[in-house]
Ligand binder design. Structure first.
Ligand code: ACO
Length: 324
């Protein structure tokens, strides 16, 4: 028998304020047509000024716990992927722990920007498979609207706020790719590519939280190449082939990147869960948001084979193969 980390439930939260592309036309030299054509984004949600990343994470976490028909006492720990924490410390995960009134267990954050949820899943999977935890809450939550430069049309039109969460629990499998649960993960980074995507402030530099800076077209090329490579590697680790995939649940940064990777992998677009049109790029929240929406909409069913991939600042990138 092989110990596996199985998805028991999922939840998500999107702030009430929906911002259409036309909003940006009032103060930037941009258009709804340009944003749709270049990115696939039609609208995004922005958190209210009183909402923090841990608030969004808490709502998504609560829904995931309810969806799995569990109580907080059933959870051993919380892993939150975020690059937009409420405070420099403590972690968002411990803030979620307090909001859930969870008195035991542990919480910590993972920071790998848009690839954060993949890194969080890889960590949570390792904790469960090694027997250090039985059941973990894994959350991706972001308020990227707080680090936008509203004068930079090449970045501020692309991002949104939101949160998604899943529950991963220990289960016994046969040790084959027919098992339910996380079947493989693949994580990578290359710090020499930092200047392609970064935030120009921080605790030990400016003392401010800074604004996002991105060389979008250079990232685009890196993304297509690296996302294809990691996805192929992850499938190889699981002993699976592209044709066996039921659904791809990719990081939602740009519809053209998603298209290009799917094309290289030979995966048809009707096998892809797409939320980018409604959410924009919600960084570490985008994959769990899409997973939760895909389950709610009845697309992702028990037994389906799913592959997720993401790339973000670092650069950091990776993928996960899982059977729901
Ligand atoms: N409206 C109108 N024109 C614009 C806008 C805008 N909002 N933004 C840029 N332009 C202009 C540029 O100034 C440029 O004009 P020029 O030709 O006169 O110089 C022109 O449009 C083309 O610009 P490009 O940057 O070459 O456009 P591109 O087709 O590459 O699309 C985009 C830009 C959407 C940013 C794309 O490159 C992309 O999605 N990149 C990847 C982003 C990504 O995946 N990031 C990683 C995850 S995010 C994270 O980790 C936080």
């Amino acid at each position: 028998m092989t110990r596996r980390a199985v998805i028991e439930g999922a939840g998500h939260y999107l702030p009430d304020r929906v911002v259409p592309n036309s909003y940006f036309e009032s103060f930037l030299n941009t258009s709804d047509e340009w944003i749709r054509a270049r990115s696939g984004i039609e609208r995004r949600h922005f958190a209210s000024s009183s909402q923090t990343t841990s608030d969004l994470a808490f709502y998504a976490a609560k829904e995931a716990i309810q969806n799995a028909r569990l109580n907080v006492d059933d959870i051993d720990g919380i892993v939150v992927a975020t690059s937009t924490p409420d405070l420099t410390f403590p972690s968002v995960a411990t803030m979620v722990q307090a909001k859930l009134e969870m008195k035991t267990g542990f919480g910590f954050d993972v920071q790998a920007v848009c690839a954060g949820f993949i890194f969080a899943v890889a960590n949570a999977n390792a904790l469960i498979v090694s027997g250090q935890a039985e059941r973990l809450l894994v959350v991706g939550s972001e308020t990227f609207s707080r680090i936008m430069d509203w004068n930079d049309r090449s970045t501020c039109v692309l991002f949104g706020d939101g949160a998604g969460a899943i529950i991963l629990a220990a289960d016994e499998g046969a040790g084959t790719s027919d098992d339910r649960g996380i079947l493989s993960t693949d994580i990578n980074s290359d710090g020499s590519l930092k200047d392609l995507l970064y935030v120009d402030g921080g605790v030990s530099t400016s003392g401010t939280s800074g604004k996002l800076r991105m060389q979008g077209n250079l990232i685009f090329r890196q993304a297509v190449e690296k996302l294809t490579a990691t996805t192929k590697q992850c499938l190889k680790k699981a002993g699976l082939k592209e044709r066996e995939i039921d659904w791809m649940v990719p990081h939602q940064a740009n519809l053209r990147i998603i298209n290009a990777v799917a094309n290289k992998m030979g995966i048809s677009m009707d096998k892809i869960v797409l939320t980018i049109q409604d959410h924009g790029n919600t960084s570490a929240a985008s994959i769990p948001l899409a997973l939760s929406k895909g389950i709610r909409e009845g697309k992702l069913k028990c037994g389906d084979l799913i592959v997720s991939e993401a790339i973000g600042g670092g650069l950091a990138w990776g993928s996960a193969v899982m059977r729901v």
